[in-house]
Design a protein around this ligand. Structure first.
Ligand SMILES: NC(=O)c1ccc[n+]([C@@H]2O[C@H](COP(=O)([O-])OP(=O)(O)OC[C@H]3O[C@@H](n4cnc5c(N)ncnc54)[C@H](OP(=O)(O)O)[C@@H]3O)[C@@H](O)[C@H]2O)c1
Length: 263
């Protein structure tokens, strides 16, 4: 395996797929910043990887907190650190369905990734990679045509933000079914994340940053459950691949098992 240099940051890295991505990136030679919202859990995960001989550090980070994002970016900026990779992995799949669930889901899965990425852009190294951890549920197929035309292709970041916000408003007003929305906040969050990936990839092409969405498949984690078909090693593989793409590699794509798939 070719060794790499540089620093990678992974969100939601205390367990599940995020933790395994940290391990795989560390094994590729990168220094890895394990981030987690729970300090004890994050420190425990970091210690485990350190015992494996990997070069890892811990950064507290709740992606839904502006303050937490601000503190992180401040700490990294003071170290004059440049990120070779950012893996937006933190995610939730909450039980139930109502406007509050929709809002909380989007706060982590969509706005968390957007806000963190925007704040970290000045700290991304040339040819850095940004990985959006999406889902097969984020595909456009089956989406009502009137909704699809709002994000395919996505006109701008604002248009994508308006799209997901209007979902919450429609759920709150009891109109989401009439407007053709799926009854899944998780699905809409990943649809939004995919659309955001396309916009960011275009925006960041002049900086040679590679921005891609990846689905890990159905993976045995707390979220995926025991019946899932894949282990974390297999689930994390394409995320690690997208976080270590060579300069000039693909950007603005959606990948599963290292292969491009349809939005
Ligand atoms: N497992 C699957 O089958 C599957 C399939 C498709 C896509 N995915 C995606 O893969 C990613 C990882 O999922 P997973 O299966 O590894 O799930 P998981 O085991 O439930 O892990 C989710 C991680 O996200 C963290 N997180 C949640 N809210 C956060 C916040 N506000 N700030 C920072 N971290 C936060 C969790 O931290 P806490 O421990 O503090 O809760 C945890 O570390 C998610 O984006 C998920 O949507 C998973």
């Amino acid at each position: 395996m070719e060794k790499m240099t540089g620093v990678a940051l992974v969100t939601g890295a205390n367990r599940g797929i995020g933790f395994e991505v940290c391990r795989q990136l560390g094994q590729r030679g990168l220094r890895v910043l394990v981030s987690a919202r729970d300090i004890a859990e994050g420190a425990r995960a970091t210690a485990t990887l350190r015992e494996e001989g990997l070069d890892v550090g811990f950064e507290p980070l709740d992606v839904t907190s502006e303050e937490s994002i601000h503190q992180l970016t401040d700490r990294l900026a003071r170290q004059e650190l440049r990120l070779a990779a950012l893996v937006n992995n933190a995610g939730v799949a909450l039980d139930g369905f109502n406007a509050e669930v929709a809002e909380r889901t989007l706060a982590v899965n969509f706005f968390g990734a957007l806000n963190l990425t925007e704040r970290l852009l000045p700290l991304m190294a040339d040819h850095g990679r940004i990985v959006m951890v999406s889902s097969g549920l984020g595909v456009l197929e089956g989406l009502a045509p009137a909704l699809r035309q709002r994000i395919d292709p996505p006109a701008s970041k604002e248009a994508v933000c308006d799209f997901v916000r209007s979902f919450v408003e429609d759920v709150r007003a009891g109109q989401h079914e009439a407007r053709g929305w799926p009854s899944s906040a998780y699905r809409v969050s990943k649809l939004g994340l995919n659309a955001l990936t396309r916009v960011l990839a275009d925006e960041l092409r002049p900086r040679s940053l590679l921005v891609n969405a990846v689905t890990p498949g159905w993976v045995k984690t707390r979220m995926g459950g025991e019946r899932a078909s894949r282990g974390v090693q297999e689930g994390a593989d394409t995320l690690t691949w997208a976080a270590t793409l060579p300069p000039g590699g693909p950007t603005g794509g959606f990948f599963r098992d290292r292969q491009a798939i349809a939005w």
